[in-house]
Design a protein around this ligand. Structure first.
Ligand code: F6R
Length: 261
C-alpha cells in the first residue's frame, strides 16, 4: 500500500488521474471503476481537463459504478447513476451505453446483483477502481460488519452514513434511503489497482485504521492491506492521525521517478 500525503488538492487530482490514465493504456477496452461523492471530484476535474486537451480518451472504456441506492426511481437526481452522469459522463468522452451500475429500482434485486457481477467479469475485470472511504470505514457501501469476502448485494446503510449523506437530501437523514446495492468487498479486491482518495479531518480515524489498524470487518477498508496494488491519496487533515505520517511523507519524497504509481 502506497500512502501519499499532500497539502495541494490539485496534486490529489493529478495523481488519481495519472493512475486512471495508466489503466486506459493497458487494454484495448479498459474497465474503469468510479466512485460517487466528494472525494474523487479533483480526479474527475483533472481527467476532464485532460480529455478536453485531447491528452486522454475514454471512448473505448467500460465504466463501472460501485453502488446505488435502492428505491430511487430512474432519473432521480440523487441516484448515483445521475451523479455519475453529471460528474463523469458529462465531463469525459465516456459512451453512456458503456456505464454500468447496479439498478436499485430492479424488481429482482438479488438477480440484479448477480447480473452486475457477471457484467464485471465479462468486461475482463476492473483495471483501476477509484474509492472514497466512509467516516465509519466503509468502502463502497460495505458498512462495518460486512463480510470481507462479500460480492455485490443489498446492504443496510448505517445511521452514520445516512447522516453523512443527508447533505444530498435537504439535510434530512431520514430522507436518505435505508438500503443500497453495493459491490462487495471481495468484488472490489479483484480490481487490479485500487486508488482511494480521502480528505478532511472527518476521515482521519478511518484512514488510521485503513493504513495501520488490524484487519477487521469492523473497519472494512482495512482489507485493502491485503491487496497487492493500492494507492492512498490523502490531504494533511485526513492523514493527521497516522502514526506513520512522517515515514510515508519521507518515502514519497524519496521515491524514484521511474517507479510510477
Ligand atoms: C460512493 C461510495 C462511498 C463514498 C464514501 C465517501 O460511491 O461508494 O463509499 O466513497 O461514502 O464519500 P465522500 O467522498 O462523499 O466523503
Amino acid at each position: 500500500m502506497e500512502v501519499i500525503v499532500t497539502s495541494r488538492p490539485q496534486e490529489l487530482g493529478r495523481l488519481g488521474a495519472d493512475a486512471v490514465a495508466a489503466a486506459l493504456r493497458v487494454r484495448e477496452r479498459p474497465a474503469i471503476g468510479v466512485a460517487t461523492g466528494s472525494s474523487p471530484q479533483p480526479v474527475y476535474a483533472e481527467l476532464g481537463r485532460r480529455v478536453a486537451a485531447g491528452e486522454l480518451s475514454f471512448a473505448a472504456a467500460n465504466v463501472f459504478m460501485l453502488d446505488e441506492y435502492v428505491g430511487l426511481p430512474p432519473g432521480d437526481p440523487r441516484r448515483y447513476r445521475s451523479e455519475i452522469d453529471r460528474d463523469v459522463v458529462a465531463r469525459l468522452d465516456v459512451d453512456p451505453a458503456r456505464v454500468h451500475g447496479p439498478d436499485g429500482s430492479a424488481a429482482d434485486l438479488p438477480a440484479e446483483c448477480a447480473a452486475y457481477e457477471r457484467a464485471i467479469a465479462d468486461a475482463g475485470g476492473i483495471d483501476v477502481q477509484l474509492l472514497g472511504i466512509g467516516s465509519d470505514g466503509h468502502i463502497a457501501f460495505n458498512e462495518p460488519g460486512s463480510s470481507l469476502a462479500s460480492r455485490t448485494r443489498i446492504k443496510t446503510l448505517t445511521a452514520q452514513t445516512r447522516a453523512d449523506n443527508a447533505r444530498f437530501f435537504d439535510d434530512d437523514p431520514e430522507a436518505v434511503p435505508r438500503h443500497c446495492l453495493t459491490q462487495g468487498v471481495g468484488t472490489i479486491m479483484e480490481a487490479r489497482h485500487l486508488v482511494l482518495v480521502a480528505t478532511g479531518r472527518g476521515k482521519a480515524e478511518a484512514v488510521h485504521h485503513l493504513v495501520e489498524g488490524a484487519i477487521s470487518a469492523l473497519w472494512p477498508a482495512t482489507i485493502l492491506q491485503m491487496h497487492p496494488h493500492v494507492t492512498v491519496l490523502l490531504d494533511d487533515a485526513a492523514a493527521s492521525r497516522l502514526q506513520l505520517g512522517s515515514y510515508v511523507r519521507e518515502a514519497w519524497a524519496a521515491k524514484p521517478a521511474w517507479q510510477g504509481l
